[in-house]
Ligand binder design. Structure first.
Ligand code: CS2
Ligand code: MG
Length: 416
């Protein structure tokens, strides 16, 4: 490969001298980009795409990192445009996760050079802390109720509930783990789940009746339908759950067809949240500008980084749509740290998902953010306040772990 031409354009500041991809698996796989400047300042970005980690690692190693060497690290927007427009083959989860990782690392560097936490570069605090939600899940309603009680005792102001469906061996969001959730299973072939919308729609309203009946309405209650309903089924469920005043019903139907959400909105006032699988503003432009959703769940790691996610949230603000970023265990602490700086600074913040990481993961990714009274705080360290312990990361080699696939009871493939 010919040497990339250094960026000879005028520009202040240090140049990028190293850009590395670190793949590690402290219990689950994470991909991280680490960029170093000629001043010796480093920055990190999350590049983890659950089940497709090596695709992003290769995109970065083979096509992105070599082209970064010699570029001015302070030119974040220019590098974003260089990687986006320069790819020709635009958008998509792999490309936008790779761009996100570089973008996040450059914001980390800019904060360190400025001696400020990144939220200060984004306009400063717009709130005292970032309200987060946890996941109460259980095989049956009684188990979920126990979990909800624990989250409320922990001080959470928002709780997502997911329950096993009688007649189905497994279902989304119900796992043996409690504080964290890992759907990808080690091995080459994906595990296979089975699904019945009929059994689900018959059972799940009882869950909300039990939760509100036991704990009342003094906290935000959420649920994730995980892309499994048709728009009409989603409208029916939303209408059925109105009396339980959900904060949001998430991913009610696959969102490739943005105008399908008109059907849901025509029938129910249950707020709708969508976006964790989106990777660009164009994936949600109609959903936002036609107010077909109430919360946009795009994330730093999968939607082009801080630079692009801020654009999405700025568009959303014009239409009264609030943020609700994805924050699952399979997004690394680097993504969580970056998300908190954005969450703290935007005017239309809604809620931040917070699935904790295991102790092994937290050791590999030392970070300053902390949980207190239902809020996360990013801390005051210059940059993002997170790093990767490369020596420790080396001890955990990559392990193939695909996400499950899902079939209806008659064997038809269905969204997982
Ligand atoms: C879920 C995720 O957290 C959520 O809202 O949709 O757990 C999702 O299933 C995983 O991130 C997929 O890797
Ligand atoms: Mg979800």
């Amino acid at each position: 490969m010919s040497e990339p031409s250094p960026d000879n354009s005028a520009g202040s500041g240090a140049r990028i001298v190293d850009a590395r991809v670190i793949v590690t698996c402290p219990g689950r796989n994470f991909v991280t980009v680490k960029i170093t400047t000629s001043d010796g300042v480093t920055g990190v970005g999350d590049a983890t795409l659950n089940g497709r980690e090596l695709a992003v690692a290769s995109y970065l190693q083979d096509h992105v990192c070599p082209a970064l060497i010699g570029r001015h690290a302070d030119r974040i927007e220019d590098i974003w445009q260089y990687l986006y427009k320069g790819a020709y083959w635009r958008r998509g989860p792999v490309t936008m996760t790779a761009i996100a990782a570089v973008d996040t690392a450059l914001w980390d560097i800019k904060g360190k050079v400025a001696g400020l936490p990144v939220y200060q570069l984004l306009g400063g605090r717009a709130r005292e802390g970032v309200t987060v939600y946890g996941h109460a899940n259980g095989q049956d309603v009684a188990e979920v109720l126990d979990e909800v009680a624990q989250y409320l005792e922990h001080g959470y102001k928002a709780v997502r509930v997911q329950v096993g469906i009688p007649g189905l061996p497994v279902t989304y969001g119900v796992s043996k783990d409690k504080l964290f959730y890992e759907p990808a299973q080690k091995g080459i072939a994906p595990s296979e789940a089975t699904w019945s919308t009929e059994l689900y729609l018959r059972h799940v309203p009882g869950l909300f009746d039990a939760v509100r009946g036991k704990f009342g309405f003094g906290f935000h209650l959420l649920h994730d339908a995980h892309h499994r309903l048709t728009p009409t089924e989603a409208a029916r469920l939303g209408k059925r759950l109105e009396e339980y005043e959900l904060f949001w019903l998430e991913d009610p139907t696959p969102a490739e067809s943005q105008d399908a959400f008109r059907i849901i909105k025509q029938h129910t006032t249950t707020p709708i949240a969508v976006g964790e699988v989106f990777n660009s503003i164009w994936d949600c432009q109609q959903l936002i500008t036609e107010r077909l959703i109430d919360f946009i769940r795009t994330t730093v790691v999968h939607a082009g980084g801080i630079t692009h996610l801020r654009r999405i949230f700025n568009l959303a603000e014009l239409y009264g749509v609030r943020s609700g970023s994805h924050g699952a265990t399979d997004l690394s602490p680097v993504c969580m740290a970056a998300a908190l700086h954005l969450d703290l600074s935007i005017p239309n913040f809604g809620l931040q998902e917070y699935m904790r990481h295991t102790a092994a993961t937290d050791e590999v990714f030392p970070h300053t953010y902390w949980f207190e009274g239902g809020y996360l705080h990013p801390g005051e360290t210059p940059g993002l306040g997170v790093d990767i312990d490369e020596k420790l990361a080396e001890r955990y080699p990559y392990q193939p772990a695909p996400l499950p696939v899902n079939r209806l009871l008659d064997g038809t493939m269905h969204s997982w």
